[in-house]
Design a binder for this molecule. Sequence first.
Ligand code: FE2
Ligand code: FE2
Length: 297
Amino acid sequence: MIRLLFIGDVVGRSGRAAVLEQVPLLRARWELDFVIVNGENAAGGFGLTETLLEEFLAVGVDAVTLGNHAFDQREALVFIERQPRLIRPVNFPIGTPGRGATVVENAKGTRLLVVNVMGRIFMDALDDPFAAVKRELALCPLGEMCDAAVVDFHAEASSEKWALAHFVDGKASLIVGTHTHTPSADHRILAGGTGNPFFTTDTGAALRAAELSCDAVMKATQVDGIYSADPKKDPTATRFDRLSHDEAIARKLQVMDTAAFALARDNDIPIVVFSVNEPGAIPSAILGKGRATYVMP
Ligand SMILES: [Fe+2]
Ligand SMILES: [Fe+2]
């Protein structure tokens, strides 16, 4: 597990003071692997100076991202070239000083790719942020050249941020939004991720199937289908070749929990229950052959 703190737009003296005071404490308390800061407003609300950047780095900030105010302090056009931990939006015009992505490595040898990109809705006309991020992630693939990848999407509209988040789901570890200076509570884990408390594996599978528009949920289990009762305990148990989701729920069949059947029903997803112990069971089930119970409308 990698523990990362990302701090959005740090504004002016009071913002800087909070970062300089709190980052060392939070780093220790939360055993942080990385701290990233968006510093586009750190110099009195407009841009960043090299002195302020170095103050951030000195207290344990690993990388600093920018945005539309990147070069409000003209000196940044020069010093950004010699500061590999400072990045500006990757989709700025070709020839803009600096870089839009960087890899930072911590003492444990964990490598974090940081990409900074700017949105275009209600913002400046820039190159396509989607293509730019895709290119950067392809140049430094997650799990190969870096252990985690975070994208700071400096943008106005949450819809554009969401679109990019779905676009990079599974290829980036985290996408965060900066620029708006307003806190929001729309954090979530996308389909390519994990972690839903109170969900059984069956319900989790049904949920993922719905999110990813899957054709079916395949449940490979210990028995060759769904029975009216547990066939290991009840010799009178009978097996179903086919059932509807509603029948499965009404009969309170124990093979999967009700929530899984209901989620699958509401999203028109068939469930195929088959024995994992039969040779070739998985390809047979996928082809609709072999012994299985099909739960479908
Ligand atoms: Fe900002
Ligand atoms: Fe901004």
